[in-house]
Design a protein around this ligand. Structure first.
Ligand code: MN
Ligand code: MN
Length: 457
């Protein structure tokens, strides 16, 4: 069903299924506040559904279900197909990192009896959206002996919340005349930690109070922040949005909405796939997909080679290359929903509308499609045929008006393996903000679409 509102096709029973599916999603989103936590939640789901760690399995045959993690920040799940892995996979690839604020390596300081963490933001944020809202702190501190201590503050209703202050309106004459880009400067995004002084060496120090908290609660010293990864994110769970509860409000939906639906499509697949099914969740998309845990890492290729070997008994260099080249993939990533309050940034015929279903982007990029993966029409014809055959609501869009801006995804990186890739995901309002909005109908249609894609010939 091309470009139709999905709510209109649902029976009352369907609506209940759509609402129920979003309960599972909200629970995931509320827990998966960081890429590490997203991996942990994904592994919980996979193990509960009988997926085994690939490293514990010596050989594989059709129907076997396995998963792999990478440095606690990637996870890939597979159902082995009836065809040889060299014939290619059907892959759903989404990212589990989201824009946020990271704690610096030498973070702790005090100023006029207030203690702070110094920070550096991660990914594209409107900095002014991060002040005067309740924030939570999540991450790990790794001690010199290798022990890892987890930090989670701000999600439990009994926890304190943290935050970043803004100037009072009464004294904002200069600030209010600045552009939105500079109204809150990056170095002013420092996190408030406390205000009670402790006496040390005859001097009052709030920093000492905070260090004592970290020592007592986590057994860490100031120097241990050197090998910590602490992320500051909006506090609190995902919620229903709208009087009709038709939408989900929550932090991190770019791209955990596609991560969850892709993962669940593999987990819930009720047929034996011909081609090996895969959902892969990657990190670092918001900063260019670089590094060991980003989509540009060799991780995925190495795992595919391991699958070839564990199913066929051996894997040549060419086998691994053929498996990648023969693969078909959806780069599962969100689209910019057409926001009626800001119609001027979109071109109406080629925009993504809430509840019109999964959105395919033939290309992304900016200024003359620069940097895009422009999917082949032959490939998209196969996909839209499968969508129609399965009565799935879908639409096509590009990211905004020509020359208005733009953005990229992981599609082009996998495209480099000469595989067919197209972007496909859920439309979002207020993308990259602390409270992103999605439609439950789109979430459900994306999940259904991903299942159909896994069975594509
Ligand atoms: Mn994204
Ligand atoms: Mn993004």
């Amino acid at each position: 069903m091309y470009n139709k509102n999905a709510w209109k096709k649902y029976t009352d029973e369907d609506k209940k299924i759509v609402m129920d599916f979003s309960e599972g999603y909200k629970a995931f989103l509320s827990e998966a506040k960081t890429e590490r936590l997203a991996v942990r939640e994904a592994v919980k789901i996979l193990e509960a559904k009988g997926f085994k760690a690939l490293k514990d399995v010596k050989t594989l045959k059709a129907g076997d279900k396995v998963y792999v993690t990478n440095k606690n920040k990637n996870v890939a799940a597979f159902i082995v197909g009836t065809r040889p892995v060299v014939d290619g996979l059907r892959v759903l690839g989404a990212h589990i990192d989201s824009p946020r604020i990271d704690v610096k390596q030498n973070p702790l300081y005090e100023s006029t009896e207030q203690a702070y963490f110094d920070t550096h933001y991660y990914g594209g944020i409107k900095k002014y959206q991060y002040v005067t809202i309740p924030l939570a702190l999540h991450g790990v501190i790794i001690k010199k002996d290798g022990t890892s201590v987890e930090v989670h503050v701000g999600e439990n209703p009994l926890d304190p919340v943290l935050g970043i202050t803004d100037l009072l309106i009464h004294l904002s004459a200069n600030q209010m005349s600045k552009t939105a880009a500079s109204v809150i400067e990056g170095e002013k995004l420092d996190l408030s930690l406390g205000s009670i002084p402790t006496e040390k060496d005859g001097k009052d120090s709030v920093k000492e109070t905070i260090l004592a908290f970290f020592k007592e609660t986590y057994g860490v010293e100031e120097e241990d922040f050197l090998s910590a990864e602490l992320e500051i994110v909006p506090a609190g769970p995902a919620r229903d949005y709208g009087l009709d509860r038709s939408m989900v409000a929550g932090y991190g939906q770019d791209d955990r909405v596609c991560a969850y639906t892709s993962l669940m499509a593999v987990v819930d697949l009720d047929k034996q796939p011909e081609f090996t099914s895969c959902a892969i969740l990657v990190d670092k998309e918001e900063v260019g997909s670089i590094g060991a845990t980003g989509a540009q890492s060799n991780f995925f290729e190495n795992v595919v080679a391991e699958l070839v070997e564990k199913t066929a008994g051996k894997c040549s260099f060419l086998d691994a290359r053929k498996a990648m080249e023969n693969t078909k993939m959806l780069s599962s990533d969100v689209s910019a929903g057409f926001d009626p309050l800001y119609p001027e940034v979109n071109e109406a015929k080629n925009s993504s509308y809430f509840s019109h279903g999964i959105t395919f982007n033939k290309y992304t990029g900016a200024r003359g499609k620069s940097g895009c993966n422009d999917a082949n029409p032959e490939f998209f014809a196969e996909i839209r045929n499968a969508m129609d055959e399965n009565n799935i609501n879908f639409q096509t869009a590009e990211l905004g008006r020509v020359d208005q801006g733009g953005g990229g995804t992981i599609a082009y990186i996998l495209g480099n393996y000469n595989m067919n890739v197209i972007d496909a995901g859920v439309p979002v309002f207020s993308m990259h903000s602390p409270m992103e909005i999605t439609s439950k109908a789109d979430i459900y249609e994306a999940y259904r679409a991903y299942k159909v894609f896994l069975m594509l010939k």
